[in-house]
Design a binder for this molecule. Sequence first.
Ligand code: MG
Length: 382
Amino acid sequence: MTKKISLLGATGSIGIQTLDIIESNPDKFTLVSFSAGMNIDGVREIASKHQPQTVSLIRREDAERLQTEFPAIRFVHGEEGLVEVAAHTNADVLVNAVIGSVGLKPTLEAIRAGITIAIANKETLVAAGDIVMAEARKYGVPLLPVDSEHSALFQALNGENPKRISRLILTASGGSFRDLSREELSAVTVEQALAHPNWSMGNKLTIDSATMMNKGLEVIEAHHLFGMPYDQIDCLLHKESIIHSMVEFEDTSVMAQLGSPDMRVPIQYALTYPDRIPMQNAKPLRLEDIGKLHFEKMDLVRFKALGLAYAAGREGGTMPTAMNAANEVAVALFMAGRIPFIQIEDMIERVMDAHRTSSVPDLETILEVDSLARKMVYAMVE
Ligand code: MG
């Protein structure tokens, strides 16, 4: 029997790599539904190849056009379409690979439908981690990490007693500007920011890596996924991206997960967990060819956004929601050439300074804070 997969964000970087795994293992996986943005040619290709039940697009007109081309497939659109794809098919696993807090509602609906979640959409856990984790516990639904760091932690924790953890250590490549000083950051361009040294990822994630906000989001994600206090989550600069993260236990033993940087490995592990299968066209790790691995203490003054994320996480409640929404808009403004790189973190800080935290928010409050923080950032450039 094949495992039935629904996929949010099929034409993005994680989506494409997820499809690669599904297509390489037709005896193991079937794609039953997916969502995509505005890459209509990409949607045509995936739809003809996989013949899914349901496809969701952002715009109504795109959905209607493709409906006439593929009468056997059901086309839906918008936010409701995402929920439809995530929760209202017969999927066994939802791979949530959309970017941003737009992934929140479909994730919650899929959990309530009892569908296992493979989560690559870190903004959902940052915006509403307490609610998502509580629902997952309530419905007994596993949340399997797809982010390479969290997959590494998850693997290092296999069979361990979580009470014996002393620290989670997230590794960080440092992103495109790791060797620049804060002064040098003022003149960097979008093109420079998008050139990540190790990983090939989507644009938002690549910019988040350059500001180090990505690591900040991952710290909050780890806090929720592994129930770990912020004082026991550390970050370590490791420019080769070979050690994907580590867990230190009370007896000082450290378990690490290593591998060549290839996002398909954590994606596939989430799909086959607790089993493993061979990885097609993979580059096995040969440490003798790499020779040296480097590590450096993380500098929270240099990487200000990471400090902001720790502060938001420690404050909890709606503060991470506001921080995440501000970051999403600031990154979009930077990519549109409307603000300099260095202003991303300043905008996030201003939103956080202005935000009055609600400590145990319901979903409605979360969505309201998310929307207000976005408006506040747009107001700063108008
Ligand atoms: Mg990551």
